[in-house]
Design a protein around this ligand. Structure first.
Ligand code: PMT
Length: 419
């Protein structure tokens, strides 16, 4: 989905903050404050149920603008459709199960749900509710529908809930929500003009028709990079091994199974790309001669000879031209030494070395801990963070490398013209 922004002037973008009837509604005040601190303007839209938990006046005092409520919008002075149009983002926080269900279905029976239907800006939703309500298949299906449509969902966290129960349902941290929205709003469009080629997921190397060699990559890291690049205005071709994630809306997707198929898909797509991000866990080896039929159990174990798969990243670096190439290094030990060796051998612009030995980082988890190695020798050690956040930081580096390259070539042209 391409998002459009309607900025008639140079003033800070507006985030529409939709507040629904949840006990967590008071935390929307904290979110509004963090958003304003981050450099955007905030307009609050309240559902009638939200007004039972917080007053519009609280938000007026915080944001400097009257909150939009059913009552205030009944006069001619506020057009909520106009509000939807001028917003750079719509954030619904907290979002009740009811509001989530309505926007998943496209129902428009109050101002906020009408705005959610009318806006073309990126939409963010931060659910907050009872643990059973959140876990209910209906809510889960509605959340999945929103995600598939490109809505960013700030997953609720585990903890004690207002209803006395405990479990997953508490509103995510207000600061984290605000930062997530700010990243999109303030950086929207900064990668416009770039064509990303992103690889993700594992490869499967057949032993026989039913068995294969593979690894535990879930695709999350590569999919997060693809989604973040799309959100920042880039075109994205995603070459993906077998994973169970929905493709980020707007990405052109090529599905492959083996390392050789991934190499071919990258070969085909690379001429049109300006940035390559190799987040896939490509199997280094494959069985030399996969059996045509299922290998039967017999006395002793079968012998499986392996041969090397093509090194996609190395080849891409040999024909780099002006393309920015980002590689990953998955290490279980001696991360820094191995990563430095890979940076030198592969010749990438940025190497993201992740520690895949700890249970909260690397393969098949939501979070990652990485060290960035830049081509000029600089290194940056990052704390544990979500893969979405890491993806955004990778893109910040891509942007910085591009700007630096442009500055260098303008400098060279100026020197040439002044000779
Ligand atoms: O998918 P997730 O569950 O989210 O997990 C994310 C991840 C751990 C898979 C990801 O963050 C990651 O580290 N991906 C690279 C995994 C890997 O294959 O690392 P490596 O150190 O073996 O390879 C180094 C680089 O060479 C990688 O960019 C890899 O894509 C590339 N490579 C490797 C082998 C090969 N034949 N061709 C390649 O291009």
């Amino acid at each position: 989905m391409r998002h459009s922004f309607h900025r008639a002037d140079d003033r800070p973008p507006i985030v529409l903050l939709g507040v629904t009837g949840s006990i967590a509604a008071y935390k929307a005040a904290e979110i509004a404050r963090a958003l304003i601190r981050g450099g955007v303007r905030v307009r609050v839209v309240m559902t009638p149920a939200a007004e039972r938990f917080v007053t519009p006046l609280t938000f007026e005092a915080l944001t400097g603008s009257p909150a939009i409520t059913e009552r205030s919008a009944s006069g001619p002075e506020i057009s909520h459709i106009a509000a939807a149009r001028e917003a750079a983002a719509l954030l619904i926080a907290p979002a009740t199960a009811h509001t989530i269900a309505k926007i998943a279905l496209g129902l428009a029976d109050n101002l906020l749900s009408e705005i959610a239907l009318a806006t073309t800006a990126p939409v963010f939703v931060a659910p907050a509710m009872n643990v059973e309500m959140y876990g209910h298949p209906a809510t889960q299906a509605n959340v999945a529908t929103l995600r598939a449509r490109g809505v960013t969902v700030f997953d609720p966290v585990a903890g004690e809930l207002a209803c006395g129960e405990s479990g997953v349902g508490r509103l995510a941290d207000p600061e984290r929500i605000a930062q997530g929205v700010l990243r999109t709003v303030l950086k929207a469009g900064d990668l416009e003009g770039e064509s990303f080629l992103v690889t993700a997921g594992p490869t499967r190397e057949p032993i026989d028709p039913v068995r294969f060699i593979s690894n535990r990559s879930s695709g999350r890291m590569g999919y997060a990079v693809a989604a973040a690049a799309l959100a920042r205005g880039a075109r994205v071709r995603l070459v993906t091994g077998p994973v169970s994630l929905p493709a980020p809306p707007g990405a052109e997707v090529t599905r492959v199974e083996t390392g050789s198929e991934m190499a071919e898909a990258v070969d085909r797509a690379i001429p049109a790309s300006t940035v390559l991000v190799m987040a896939a866990a490509v199997s280094d080896w494959r069985p030399e001669s996969p059996a045509g039929r299922k290998i039967k159990k017999g006395p002793g174990a079968p012998r499986i000879d392996l041969v090397q798969n093509p090194d996609i990243l190395e080849k891409a670096c040999r024909n780099k031209g002006g393309r920015i190439v980002v590689g990953f290094a998955a290490e279980t030990d001696d991360l820094l030494a191995h990563a430095r060796e890979k940076l030198a051998r592969k010749g990438v612009d940025l190497l993201v070395a992740n520690d895949v030995s700890s249970p909260d980082s690397g393969f098949d988890v939501e979070t990652n801990r990485a060290v960035f190695f830049m081509a000029d020798g600089a290194e940056e050690s990052l704390p544990l963070m979500t893969k979405d956040r890491l993806a955004d930081l990778i893109l910040d580096h891509v942007r910085a490398i591009r700007l630096e390259g442009e500055t260098r070539s303008v400098g060279a042209r100026d020197r040439f013209e002044n000779q």
